[in-house]
Design a protein around this ligand. Structure first.
Ligand code: UD1
Length: 351
């Protein structure tokens, strides 16, 4: 297939570009080299020989030119992470939602009926929980007063007891709790509307915490793996927030690229129109303290410090079942946690 990859020069996008090209797809890349992900003086001419068209998905003329002759789009271009503060809000909405809107309108004009969308586990907000007394529960945002005294587990909305974390699936309630999360969910909703109205097929891949070679260094937009890796490289101990027992699913970027290939192939098959979402996770959740310790050991660095500090807006545990992606896309993550982190300890990062 002739496939346009937006954001194809970024951390995840470049891995997707390589994987799709290696699989025999005729790929092209559109990337604006956004300063949140690339050095302002960087010039990326190609990704392993795939030329990079420099341009912004918010610009209709640029997108029109990039879509000529294309059969499918893999939309990775986005601003990610927690950002600096609310001053970032217009940029997140503009890059992620206006960008997706301009892209979808252009795809409708060009009658391109297939889209793979990079979404995120952040659309769930807090993961799934159970109260020993009241059963399944979806807690509200944690109170700052609780966090300040080290009460990190979300509480039952009915009896205020700490909840037991569970596993989310794709049909669970969507409850974005940050600006970034709201823009990722809006991308899904816009894509669903576009697919319904145009009869197109689309897949949203809800990435869990992606790490691996080419990850951007320590910035307000980086995930925790890059932050810890950068600290260890400076000889500093990783600073683990809360009590370190918060759980995430760390999934290797080559697995995420393989999931994109599987999704693209699934769109090629005889598939009902509309959008369907899939968790892209390793299925092997870890605590943040475990990840910090594993990386510190692999880098022969100082042991992590559990700081008790916290970020307002952080969720406690997000753990999901990867079963739907396995059943329907034939995708199962292949890189084990310890192998992936050992390799990540010495892998090149993005400046
Ligand atoms: C956030 C975003 C997510 C994005 C990811 C990486 C939200 C709600 N979540 O997710 O979409 O993919 O960032 O960009 O917008 N931590 C430390 N020490 C640090 C930094 C973080 O212990 O120095 C902890 C955090 O408190 C959190 C965990 O590590 O508990 C994961 O943080 P992070 O990598 O930022 O990812 P998420 O919060 O999962």
């Amino acid at each position: 297939m002739r496939v346009l990859i937006t954001g194809g020069a970024g951390f995840i996008g470049a891995h997707v570009t390589r994987t799709l090209a290696d699989a025999g797809h005729d790929v092209s890349v559109l990337d604006c080299l956004h300063p949140a992900a690339h050095r302002t003086d960087s010039h990326v001419a190609d990704v392993d020989g795939v030329p990079v068209r420099h341009g912004d998905v918010r610009d209709a003329a640029t997108v029109d030119a990039a879509l000529a002759g294309v059969d499918a789009v893999v939309h990775q271009a986005a601003m990610v992470g927690m950002g600096v503060d609310l001053a970032d809000l217009p940029d997140y909405v503009s890059c992620n939602d206006l960008g997706t809107a301009v892209l979808l309108a252009a795809m409708a004009r060009h009658r391109i009926p297939r889209l793979v969308l990079a979404s995120s586990m952040v659309v769930y907000g807090e993961g799934a929980y159970t109260c020993a007394e009241h059963g399944p529960a979806r807690p509200a945002a944690r109170e700052l007063a609780d966090l300040a005294v080290g009460q990190f587990e979300p509480r039952c909305p009915r009896c205020a007891r700490p909840l037991e974390p569970g596993v989310v699936d794709e049909d669970d309630r969507l409850d974005p709790r940050s600006v970034y999360a709201a823009t990722k969910l809006a991308q899904e909703h816009l894509t669903a509307a576009w697919a319904r109205e145009s009869g197109a097929t689309a897949i949203a891949l809800r990435y869990h915490n992606v790490y691996g070679p080419g990850m951007p260094r320590d910035t307000p937009y980086s995930g925790v793996a890059a932050i810890f890796r950068s600290a260890l490289e400076r000889g500093d101990a990783p600073q683990v927030y809360e009590d370190g027992c918060q759980r995430r699913d760390f999934v290797h970027v080559t697995d995420v690229a393989a999931a994109n290939l599987a999704a693209l192939n699934a769109l090629d098959a005889d598939r009902a129109p509309g959008l369907r979402a899939y968790n892209i996770a390793s299925g092997d959740p870890r605590t943040v303290a475990d990840m910090a310790a594993t990386l510190a050991t692999a880098m022969h660095g100082p042991a992590p410090v559990i700081t008790g500090a916290f970020r307002a807006g952080d969720v406690r545990h997000v753990v999901a079942t990867p079963r739907r992606a396995s059943d329907e896309l034939g995708f199962t993550a292949q890189v084990p946690f310890t192998t992936g982190l050992a390799e990540f300890a010495t892998a090149p990062l993005r400046a």
